[in-house]
Design a protein around this ligand. Sequence first.
Ligand code: NDP
Length: 309
Amino acid sequence: MQYDDPDRVRSLDELEHWDFQGSSLAVLGSPIGHSVSPAMHNAALNLMGQTQHIFADWRYFKFDTPPEILPQALEQLHRAGFQGVNLTIPHKVQAVDLVVEIDPGAKLSGAVNTLHRREHGWAGFNSDGYGLEQALLRELSVELTDATVIMLGAGGAARAAAVQCLQSGVAELWIGNRNQERLGGLIDLLQEAPNSERVRGFDLSQPPADLPKHAVIVNATSLGLKAEDPAPIDLTTFESETKVYDMTYGVENALAKAAKEQGIAYADGLSMLVWQGVRSLEIWSGAEVPAQAMMDGACFAKGYSPRRA
Ligand code: NDP
C-alpha cells in the first residue's frame, strides 16, 4: 500500500491491509478532503523527527468516514494499531459514547476531538478550548481569566469554547444564539461547569441593552464562512477597545470588514485550528510540539502568506 501521500483521502477499506511500519495518526470526518490537519501535523512531525529519532516514522493520514460507521471505524483504527485520532464534523459529539475514558473538560463540553490509544479502546480529549485560549492570547493579547466574553453561537464549537472560558475564570460569559432551544441546552449543560453563575444567554437577533460595550467577542457561529454572509452582530454598538476573534477563516467576511472600519482588533480562526492541533500532538507524543511548523504547514496547504503562530 502507498503511504507517501498523507494528503490523499483514504477509505476505511484500506485499514484491512494497513501495514505502515511507523506510528499512524489520522483525522476522521465527512467531508474530509478540505482538512489541512495532515499538512499541519506532518510538518510538525517532520521537524520533530530531525532531532528526536522516535518521531521520524510518525505519519498522519485522513479518512473519509460517514457518521453511521464511526463506531466500526474507531474499532478498525484500534485494531490497525493507530496511536491517535482527531475527529471533525460531524463526529465530535457521537464519539463521546465510544470512548473508554474521557477527560473531565471534554465530558463537560459533551464533545471530543482527540482520541489517544489505550489498551482496550480510546481515551477522549477536547483540544478546541485550549486552541481558542492560546489563539486569543497570541493574536489579541487576551487572557481569559477575568475577561468579559461575548460568545456568538451555541453549536459544537461554542460548547468547547464556553467550557474553556468558565474553567479559565472569565468575569462574565454572554452567549448569544439564534435558536433559543439550542441556547437553553448549552446553558443547561454549563451548569455543571465551574463559575456557571457567570453565564448569561441572549437572543442573537435582539441583543439586550445591557450587553457589555467593551468585551472579547468570539464568533462561533458558521456565519462568515462565506464572503456574502452578514456579520453575526452589529459592531457599531461596541467601543473600539473591543476585540473580535472569528472562528471562521479563509474569507474576508462582513465581520472582518466591520472590525477594520471601526478600528477594532480582529483575528480569524486559523490560529485556533493550529493550537488545537498542537495540543492534540502533545497528547499523543508527550513531547513539545513546534507550533510554527504547524502554522507553516497550514498556510502552505491553504495557499496563505506565512503567518506567525
Ligand atoms: P454547528 O453547526 O454546531 O453550529 C453552528 C452555529 O452557527 C449555531 O449556533 C447556529 O445557530 C449558528 N448559525 C448558523 N447559521 C446562522 C445564521 N444564519 N444566523 C445566526 N446564527 C447562525 O457548527 P460548529 O459549532 O461546529 O462550528 C461553528 C463555526 O466554527 C464554523 O464556522 C466552524 O468552521 C468554526 N470552527 C472553527 C474551528 C477552528 O479551529 N478555527 C474549530 C471548530 C469550528 P442556530 O443554533 O440558531 O442554528
